[in-house]
Design a protein around this ligand. Structure first.
Ligand code: GLU
Length: 446
């Protein structure tokens, strides 16, 4: 099809990403996560045959909201906070994505994470677009009352930009169901014209008694296990016999470890912000979760030995699960990791340089938009339950989650076969194909 918006013929000397960067005015910085992410999307969009206007649409978020708001602290002074909500794309449905509380939250990272939500929702076959938000703060340094006031004030600051049919936040790093309950309640106070049922659906990841879904809490870890079940046999691995290591022991790392160990796998090393631990005989994930709850991290856990970071990365495993922050696996770490498979539980845990090293070394990387799609998939189930005023059984949630994740894994594998590319590119291609198809049908207004 002839693309009427294309400005002349493309220059064959430039990569598909380079010419779009130049056109939309992005000055590429190789260390910038947003630029890295857009580059991956543009390479995939090109392979998927997306039209020029569809590629420029994906190259920038539709809306970037930045707010500053004062909050009364426990000691009586006011502190000014900075918050973001970035809405990348809503071609497939309402914007969807988490809200992060972390001291290093910054605009370009939130933009990158919003793009990844667009891709993830598309790959998982959900009727959602992509968004992400965050507040720059360290939740560990704030009291419960301070966190509640920050959440209420942030929700009120962005309340006109979100809504159960428009943009639906959820938990992410540093936020949880308790924060989502405050968020939903604040939104309810701000929008009295909405019925209560509508208002509940403004956020997902709520506590079960307040409109949350059974199974949402464990869903990201559960989804990762389903992806492994589907992908490991072709690599000659049996899930019930694998040894694995995990970075991060929060919601994703903790649940992944518990669910894999229930299936017979052995957790042999864990790294988090407090240190690293290892035990060849296996670490009990339930006891470790209790320790982390009590002491804030894995350091000094009595059921394993303290090890250093280098030893953690070079521990021999079948599956390595990064489930903490972005960009942890760089060139150096990628060269050290001794694993057959990396299953990315966190968003964007591998740098492009790290990725090339892993590719060269033949380590199979199961990409984040596939591996961690379980969280937003269960969020979708929660949203459907809110809209239909129903409450699904855990069996219904688990069954539907499995079906969605297995289908997404198959879509990825199928794209890899069609385009003869790595799995990360394949996952992005499959996601782009669906968005391109919908844009072909919808056209661009006016
Ligand atoms: N924060 C999670 C993610 O990155 C979940 C988002 C959601 O449930 O909307 O996928």
């Amino acid at each position: 099809m002839v693309d009427s918006t294309s400005p002349g013929s493309p220059d064959p000397a430039r990569s598909p990403a380079e010419s779009i960067f130049e056109e939309v005015g992005i000055v590429r910085d190789p260390a910038n996560l947003f630029h890295q992410t857009i580059e991956q999307v543009l390479v995939a969009a090109d392979l998927a045959g997306l039209q020029h206007h569809q590629r420029i649409i994906l190259a920038e978020p539709k809306n970037e909201v930045m707010v500053h708001f004062p909050v009364l602290m426990d000691d009586g002074h006011h502190r000014l906070f900075k918050g973001y909500r970035v809405q990348h794309n809503n071609a497939l449905g309402p914007y969807k994505g988490g809200i992060r509380y972390h001291p290093r939250v910054a605009l370009d990272d939130v933009k990158a994470l919003a793009v990844l939500m667009t891709m993830k929702c598309s790959l998982a076959g959900l009727p959602f677009g992509g968004a992400k938000g965050g507040v720059k703060l360290n939740p560990r340094e704030l009291s419960e009352d301070e966190l509640r006031r920050v959440t209420r004030r942030f929700c009120s600051a962005i309340s006109h930009q979100i809504g159960p049919h428009y943009d639906i936040p959820a938990p992410d790093v540093g936020t949880d169901s308790r924060i989502m309950a405050w968020f939903a309640d604040t939104y309810a106070q701000m929008t009295p014209e909405h019925s209560r049922q509508d208002v509940q659906g403004v956020v997902t990841g709520k506590p079960v008694p307040f409109g949350g879904s059974r199974g949402r809490d464990k869903a990201t870890g559960q989804g990762l296990v389903h992806v492994l079940e589907e992908m490991l046999p072709e690599l000659g691995l049996d899930l019930s016999k694998i040894a694995f290591s995990v970075i991060g022991f929060g919601n994703v790392g903790g649940w992944t470890a518990k669910l894999l160990c229930e299936r017979g796998a052995r957790l042999v090393a864990v790294l988090d912000h407090t240190g690293a631990i290892g035990a060849g005989r296996g670490i009990d994930p339930r006891r470790l979760a209790e320790h982390v709850d009590r002491y804030g991290g894995v350091a000094n856990f009595s059921g394993a030995d303290g090890i250093d970071e280098d030893a953690f990365y070079s521990t021999e495993v079948d599956v390595f699960v990064p489930a903490a922050l972005e960009q942890m696996i760089d060139e150096r770490r990628a060269a050290e990791i001794k694993a057959v498979v990396i299953a990315e539980g966190a968003n964007a845990p591998t740098t492009p340089e790290g990725d090339s090293v892993l590719l060269q070394r033949g380590v199979e990387v199961l990409p984040a938009i596939l591996c961690n799609a379980g969280g937003v998939t269960a969020s979708y189930f929660e949203w459907v339950q809110n809209r239909t005023a129903r409450s699904w059984s855990i069996e219904e949630v688990d069954g539907q989650l499995r079906d969605h994740l297995v289908a997404a894994a198959r879509r990825t594998r199928e794209a890899r076969a069609r385009y003869d590319c790595d799995l990360r590119t394949a996952a992005f291609v499959a996601a782009c194909e669906r968005i391109g198809e919908v844009y072909d049908l919808r056209g661009v207004f006016p």
